[in-house]
Design a binder for this molecule. Structure first.
Ligand SMILES: [Zn+2]
Length: 754
């Protein structure tokens, strides 16, 4: 930036807000004088987080298993509370009472043709000092599977997705009345028992294939970072995408002690069939004995067997029973009140509960958050006063399905809808590149922050390193051009899988999810081996990326807390909507041409001519060609949004930095705070009204994977054409409402420029 032309500096001086992050330009949203002060505080802040402190916090937090309801989960919450207090925060624990099933009985055996009993155990490893804490470990299981005792033939269903069952049908294999075995991966785990039940299966096993996170990728633990043969991925299978996350007995309301609860039998989000996760050492004998057609080539994994689909003589017996207990959970909530606008809240969170010892998930993120909190406490001692209130949250019960954060959000929904500025989340983090997903109204802010964070390995800014990676990974020339030329790097959209979900999807609070990753593989996810030994040998061993995460998330929090004008920005958002609009049209076009082509091939006899009678496959069914949809309302709304966003930027340039009265600033800030709320509808998404955001949602058939413009996109994917047309109208309406809000903010700025 040294070579910035004089004209450029003048331009920046006059128009302040077109900053690309140069050190001598005012920060966006800050009057020139305040910008200099803010820079000083942010610089002081970034010098404070210490990798060694993070290592010591992790050692303490992961010393014992700390799942929901365990003694050490509560001890950790109390320890975290004492730390916040020690660092000067006004902190307390908020307790909720939730349904959390734990295993009472787990039995999996092959009854024919070869008797075999699965061991369902993760043995201690002599090198790994916490792997022997078996009397405190939760056994491997999937939470919110129903109880069940079933015996049936086994069928291998690949990843267990809807398209896998279409293939099975063509191969003449039915899951009806069977127990299915699916590989982990390619969707959130709860999709597998859900889709299996939809196809008539009566039980579901999920295993980790070594091709995905075992020896086919790298050496296995403890020699390497990958999943050993007995490692099992625990996890929740609560059907949150079709219902809601959080305590399954109190959807939509806080799970306080006296909350009105559903009976367990009426909870809609429990699985429909019993489900159990297993290791590949337990899966191999079952799969090796399967008969029936050969598995399609892409379905085969990394085990030294020939993968067949079944069914055949292979029969398995699955029995699971759970203690359906209520457990107390402990959210640690810490505040520093805002000096000028105490009623405007900047919220930051990461969970503290784990499946077992949980070093990577969630402690790597939790220790970064704690170091931010310590550093912020230090700034306050040195005289810093945030304009707005900072709320730091260490959530409990994220693992069972976002219970701690969801219950807190539901309990405080009215205050949050009024006071929340934004929510910044993190969770498991590692080594490598800054990875960001979030509300696109904050895309510009997080880009500006990333331009100020130094990458520990290359000393480039983390922004520049991400940009160069995007250039390297671009497949098309167009993508490379965009990576080089677009002022801001695109951020991903938020699906689900961590604690931002209730903030964003239920209340419309603009959210960011931050973490580092992309270097080094990991195969210990949700197993007993995700522990201090693993993390300090194979992940961010020096905790320097932990420090970078503290610096990144903390800088974003400070900037939101101190800005004169909140750094929301709408041209990136409008540009993203245009991208989604294009994607949806392409999705429909592709579906049309695919179906047309397939119908033609059926008529030509392609399938019968190429069928191998010894490995016979039925032809796919003839399908109706999708009709044309009326995208005009969306096209018009996207156009209006683009113009409103541009008008706001122009008004800002004119009005800033001089001459905006405090009253106008406050008024415009209030509008900016509401901008994400405008993207909700009170009725929410069809068939899942807890989800109110019309732009982002987890997918009904992807789970954690995001569906953008979900009402339209899922209607097209599921071939509900009339619904797609009416959803286009609903999405257009929220975008129009957003444009009107942006216009009114722009109008205020235009007036104050006179
Ligand atoms: Zn986590």
């Amino acid at each position: 930036m040294r070579r910035m032309a004089i004209a450029g500096i003048l331009f920046a001086f006059l128009f302040g807000l077109i900053s690309t992050g140069a050190e001598d330009e005012p920060l966006k949203g800050f009057a020139a004088a305040n910008s200099a002060t803010e820079r000083e505080w942010e610089t002081k802040f970034r010098a404070l987080p210490s990798p060694d402190n993070q290592r010591e916090y992790m050692r303490r937090l992961t010393a014992r298993p700390h799942h929901v309801g365990s003694a050490y989960d509560k001890e950790n919450a109390e320890w975290i509370l004492s730390k916040y207090k020690e660092w000067g925060w006004d902190a307390k624990i908020e307790t909720f009472l939730v349904l959390f099933p734990t295993p009472k009985e787990r039995l999996l055996e092959m009854v024919a043709p070869t008797p075999f009993t699965a061991k369902l155990q993760e043995p201690p490893l002599s090198l790994d000092p916490t792997s022997n804490q078996q009397n405190e470990q939760l056994p491997s299981y999937n939470a919110y599977s129903i109880d069940g005792d079933v015996t049936a033939p086994l069928v291998f269903v690949n990843y267990g997705l809807p398209q896998d069952y279409e293939q099975l049908e063509r191969l003449g294999v039915s899951a009806k009345g069977a127990i299915v075995i699916a590989k982990y991966g390619h969707s959130w785990r709860g999709i597998k028992p859900k889709v299996a039940a939809e196809h008539g299966a009566i039980g579901c096993l999920i295993y980790s294939d070594p091709a995905d996170d075992g020896y086919a990728v790298d050496n296995v633990f403890p020699q390497g970072p990958m999943r050993p043969s007995d490692g099992v991925q625990r996890g929740s299978v609560l059907d949150f995408p079709s219902n809601s996350p959080g305590d399954p007995l109190t959807p939509g309301i806080g799970a306080t002690r006296d909350a009105k609860r559903l009976a367990i039998k009426d909870a809609p989000s429990l699985t429909k069939i019993p489900d159990l996760p297993i290791s590949y050492s337990d899966a191999q004998p079952l799969l090796a004995d399967l008969e029936g057609p050969l598995a399609p080539e892409e379905w085969r994994g990394g085990l030294p067997i020939t993968y067949h689909l079944g069914p055949g003589k292979t029969k398995v017996h699955l029995k699971v029973a759970f203690n359906w207990d209520m457990k107390e959970i402990y959210d640690v909530i810490a505040r520093i009140p805002g000096a000028q606008f105490p009623d405007e809240w900047v919220i930051r969170g990461n969970h503290h509960d784990a499946w077992v010892n949980g070093a990577q998930d969630p402690t790597s993120g939790q220790v970064a958050l704690l170091e931010e909190a310590r550093a912020i406490g230090e700034l306050v001692k040195q005289g810093w006063k945030p304009k707005r209130t900072l709320i730091y949250c260490s959530w409990d019960a994220e693992e069972p399905m976002l219970l701690g954060s969801t219950e807190w959000v539901e309990e405080h929904d009215k205050e949050l809808a009024q006071h929340a500025v934004a929510y910044i989340n993190s969770d498991a983090s590692g080594r490598g590149y800054l990875e960001v997903e979030g509300s696109h109204t904050l895309e510009n802010l997080v880009n500006d922050v990333a331009r100020q964070i130094s990458d520990p390995e290359t000393k480039l800014t983390v922004w520049r390193r991400s940009q160069l990676r995007q250039i390297e990974e671009s497949k098309a020339g167009e993508d490379r051009k965009e990576a080089r030329q677009r002022a801001d790097l695109r951020i991903g959209a938020l699906g689900s899988g961590s604690d931002y979900t209730a903030f964003l999807d239920h209340l419309g609070i603009a959210s960011l999810n931050l973490g580092y990753g992309g270097e080094g593989e990991s195969g210990i996810y949700h197993s007993a081996y995700d522990d201090f030994y693993w993390y300090t040998h194979f992940a961010d061993t020096e905790f320097v990326y932990g420090r970078a995460l503290s610096q990144t998330a903390g800088t974003a929090a400070l900037r939101l807390a101190d800005a004169d004008l909140l750094p929301f920005e709408f041209t990136d958002f409008a540009d993203t909507i245009r991208l989604y609009q294009k994607q949806l049209k392409k999705l429909l076009d592709d579906e049309r041409s695919e179906i047309t082509e397939r119908n033609q091939e059926i008529e030509e006899g392609v399938f019968s001519a190429t069928d191998d009678p010894r490995r016979s496959k039925t032809a796919p069914p003839h399908a109706a060609v999708p009709p044309f949809l009326n995208f005009a309302p969306l096209d018009n709304a996207a156009d209006t949004l683009t113009r409103s966003a541009e008008r706001y930027q122009a008004a800002l340039k004119k009005a800033w930095p001089g001459g905006i009265s405090t009253a106008t600033l406050q008024d415009v800030n209030r509008k900016l705070m509401q901008s994400e709320r405008r993207l909700l509808t009170p009725e929410g998404l069809l068939r899942r009204p807890w989800y109110k955001h019309m732009i982002y949602a987890p997918g009904v058939y992807s789970g954690y994977g995001v569906k953008t413009l979900p009402g339209i996109r899922e209607a097209i994917e599921e071939k509900h054409w009339a619904e797609a047309d009416s959803e286009i109208v609903r999405v257009a309406a929220v975008l129009d409402s957003e444009s009107a809000l942006i216009d009114s903010a722009a109008a205020e700025l235009e007036q104050s420029a006179h």
